[in-house]
Design a protein around this ligand. Structure first.
Ligand SMILES: C[S@@+](CC[C@H](N)C(=O)[O-])C[C@H]1O[C@@H](n2cnc3c(N)ncnc32)[C@H](O)[C@@H]1O
Length: 299
């Protein structure tokens, strides 16, 4: 059955019917591969976003797209499928209160530890094009200009290889950089040259290591991380998948570690009992709530 009102017109003037069976197949794949929750209310959004893929691929209808998703071409299409269904929106110092919390409370003891030879790890999970981890790196270098000489690193991961490539390039358009305070711009950006835009200062960029990682798959590394940022990522996940992600974070977050979520996200489910609130969508482990050890290679 074709849902009423769900028809897009291709450049050739043809509509793409989206049957219940096609929608169910797309929703199942999105959940199994990425933990995305595509409830029936998302049908119009799914339709309009994926109709663009049908046009780009020159497909006849959604059934042909579902067949492609279930066949060997899935490997090539999976990133475009995911990108069509999610957003990579981000910007420098997004949700500024989290950077205040870093500056005033979370980072000073970690910097002390790093200065006395200790190891510090911060993870930006779902980092998109890198503005979040680079904002953490800038905050760190503002507090401790020589932090690069110590054992402190930021791991930044995202499921989408295209955003990770952009993040690694460390080159940002003028209109993203100009709103930053002039002294931050001067210390952490360099004009990118002929191509325009600004490049992150190499010493700031060197604090961040990027990688591709799907949060709904088993984590390929152990911890401990002192702070995990996972902001505006789990909004796409169903409750069960969110609980799995929190549980996985629990295995790699340090005993006194902090977990920072996005503005519309809350720590819920069984993992929430082990945490206390330390600010707006910011949590720390309850004292005495130990991480469950996880085997793996430390990043
Ligand atoms: C809206 S952006 C958030 C970026 C940044 N954390 C912020 O708050 O500005 C969400 C990011 O989550 C990523 N993402 C979605 N599902 C994911 C998954 N299963 N594993 C890892 N990253 C995922 C998307 O690719 C996207 O880059």
């Amino acid at each position: 059955m074709t849902a009423p009102g769900l028809a897009a017109t291709s450049p050739a003037g043809r509509d793409y019917p989206l049957t219940d069976a096609d929608f169910a197949a797309i929703a199942r794949l999105a959940r199994d591969a990425f933990g995305l929750a595509l409830a029936d209310g998302k049908r119009t959004l799914v339709y309009s976003r994926l109709a663009r893929r049908l046009r780009a691929l020159g497909l006849e209808d959604f059934s042909a797209y579902v067949a492609l998703l279930n066949g060997p071409d899935w490997v090539q299409e999976r990133t475009a499928f995911l990108s069509a269904l999610t957003t990579n929106t981000t910007h420098f110092f997004r949700e500024a209160h989290h950077f205040d919390l870093l500056r005033t409370r979370l980072l000073p003891p970690l910097i002390d530890r790093a200065r006395t030879g200790g190891r510090v790890r911060i993870w930006s999970a779902g980092c998109s094009t890198g503005q979040e981890p680079y904002s953490i790196a800038m905050t760190l270098r503002e507090l401790c200009p020589e932090i690069g000489r110590h054992d402190l690193r930021i791991l930044a991961t995202d499921i989408d290889p295209r955003v990770i490539a952009t993040a690694r390039a460390a080159n940002f358009p003028v209109d993203e950089v100009m709103p930053l305070p002039a002294e931050l711009r001067d210390r952490h950006f360099r004009p990118a040259g002929a191509g325009g835009g600004y490049r992150i200062d190499p010493d700031t960029a060197a604090l961040v290591t990027f990688g591709v990682l799907n949060l709904i798959e088993p984590l390929p590394f152990g911890g401990p991380f002192d702070i995990i940022f996972c902001r505006n990522v789990v909004i796409y996940f169903d409750a069960e998948t969110r609980d799995q992600v929190w549980a996985a974070f629990g295995t790699v977050l340090a005993a006194e570690g902090a977990l920072i979520l996005g503005h519309s996200e809350r720590l819920t489910g069984p993992a929430a009992a082990g945490f206390q609130s330390i600010g707006v969508t910011a949590y720390a482990r309850h004292p005495g709530s130990e991480p469950s050890p996880k085997q793996g290679t430390m990043p």
